[in-house]
Design a protein around this ligand. Structure first.
Ligand SMILES: [Zn+2]
Length: 331
């Protein structure tokens, strides 16, 4: 969303508006149709911004082939498919294109939603109240999460800019979605730090994750926390120690009334171990785990400046085969 209404003029209560004369419940039902999947919060030039989420199945089984555009063949990615496959927004790659105004078809849909936010300050506050009370707020990087949590301790209402309002409103969120596609090296650092029983010392995403995850407890109104995790390498998810990566969540599991769920890629049964992975035969963790298909198409640099697509099948290997069968054939 563009953050254009930044003037510090007083907020017009719009007392003559028929829309605002409708009960709050009716207005929130309308907002629910406009923002069915919530909004994204992200940093741009050091300030918080928001944009519409346009992905209805962020926890779905996607292999990356659905991101291919008409300029790419299956072996050689064009710039668009290449960028999408490497997107740190993971399953929200369409939402990234909306946020960064990349001119795709779904941007028009997302932008049309956000036009309502630009109507007036009263409308903006009304919608943001709906979002923090009812809808989901998606965060796809640790810098934004850190900003949101930092603001949670320094709320200072009064000044009115869109970014400033976001900074005070978002810490009141009830439904937070954290989507992290971490570098594989970061996952390895987290594992080694956990082995030594200490937080990582390097100033990386690993440090931020160990620091920020327990700090989510500062969000006093939070009722639902959903975490989507993956690494950005071609290797199976099973190469990482998911118990180590999710160990900072332990600090949140004692919070009364907080529902925590985690979306992780499928494990490869040959490589899973109960010491490193949440396997079915062992006691369940104090949060819900959902498994999904992992991205299989990856961009690799085969020669300096030359990029190809690498397809790495992962467990379950026959997923694509069965997906393409008709129901009659399955029977
Ligand atoms: Zn999204």
């Amino acid at each position: 969303m563009s953050t254009r209404p930044t003037e510090e003029a007083p907020i017009n209560p719009q007392v003559g508006s028929k829309f605002f004369s409708a009960p709050l419940e009716i207005r929130q039902m309308i907002y629910g149709y406009i923002f069915p999947y919530g909004v994204h919060a992200y940093l741009r030039q050091g300030k918080l911004h928001s944009s519409a989420c346009v992905e209805p199945r962020a926890n779905g089984d996607y292999d990356g082939g659905e991101r291919r555009d008409e300029s790419s063949d299956w072996r050689t990615p064009g710039p668009i498919w290449s960028r999408r496959l490497q997107s740190s927004w993971g399953p929200h790659w369409k939402c990234e294109e909306v946020a960064l105004s990349m001119g795709r078809s779904w941007e028009a849909a997302g932008d049309a939603d956000m036009v309502m936010l630009r109507a007036c300050k009263r409308m903006y506050i009304d919608i943001m109240t709906f979002i923090v009370d009812i809808a989901a707020v998606h965060v796809t990087d640790l810098d934004t999460l850190g900003c949101l949590l930092q603001e949670a301790t320094t709320v200072s209402p009064g000044t009115w800019t869109v970014s400033g309002y976001l900074a005070t409103a978002l810490p009141l969120v009830r439904n937070l979605s954290v989507v992290l596609r971490l570098p594989l090296t970061t996952c390895k650092i987290l594992e080694s730090s956990s082995d030594h029983g200490s937080a990582p010392t390097s100033t990386t995403n690993a440090t931020a994750w160990f620091r920020l995850c327990p700090a989510i407890a500062r969000l006093k109104r939070l009722l639902r926390l959903h975490i989507w995790l993956d690494h950005d390498g071609e290797s199976s998810w099973s190469v990482v120690n998911e118990r180590a990566i999710l160990s900072p969540l332990t600090a949140l599991t004692d919070i009364s009334g907080l529902d925590i769920s985690v979306s992780l890629p499928h494990l490869h049964h040959r490589y899973e171990t109960p010491e490193r992975h949440f396997v079915k035969q062992w006691p369940s963790p104090p949060f819900t785990i959902e498994r999904r298909l992992r991205q299989r198409y990856h961009v690799v640099e085969t020669d300096p400046g030359r990029f190809d697509v690498s397809y790495q099948a992962d467990f379950p290997y026959l997923y694509n085969y069965y997906r393409d069968l008709s129901e009659d054939e399955v029977e």
